[in-house]
Write a protein that binds this ligand. Structure first.
Ligand SMILES: [Mn+2]
Length: 140
């Protein structure tokens, strides 16, 4: 299992490769707001754990395992953002809240949250009912 920090890197690398076709150490450092030397260290660790293959002057490629995990991490982040938005969390809090919890939930919890998001999305009336409860609570 990747550590929370490894997960942050894998998630970001997966997104960079999706968007640009490659992920350079400098791009990863910029995206995660860390020093390039920290990126190099982590990339070597991810290479050792077989999430990617890193060659100093040729860049990095995700292995099948790295792609699979990266994809799930991006899905998890997006699902949790959808969940936060759905329950009415203010936009300005959503990203930081998701960053704060995403590494600390079991995949069981993620799947159950997925069910809940689906439950609400399948019938918009349910969202209206939730908003009604929230409005009532605000008035109390
Ligand atoms: Mn994230």
């Amino acid at each position: 299992m990747p550590t929370p920090s490894m997960e942050d890197y894998l998630e970001r690398i997966y997104i960079l490769i999706e968007d640009k076709g490659y992920a350079r150490v400098s791009d990863i450092a910029e995206a995660l707001e860390v020093h390039p030397s920290s990126v190099t260290k982590m990339v070597q660790k991810l290479d050792k754990s077989e999430y990617l293959i890193y060659e100093r002057y040729r860049g990095l490629v995700l292995t099948a395992k790295g792609k699979k995990v990266g994809k799930r991490l991006v899905y998890r982040h997006e699902l949790l953002e959808d969940f936060m938005r759905l329950i009415g969390v203010e936009e300005q809090h959503i990203y930081q809240d998701v960053e704060g919890i995403e590494h600390h939930l079991s995949w069981d919890a993620i799947d159950r949250i997925g069910d809940l998001v689906q439950f609400f999305q399948e019938d918009k009336k349910r969202i209206e009912e939730l908003k009604h409860v929230q409005k009532k609570n605000e008035e109390d």
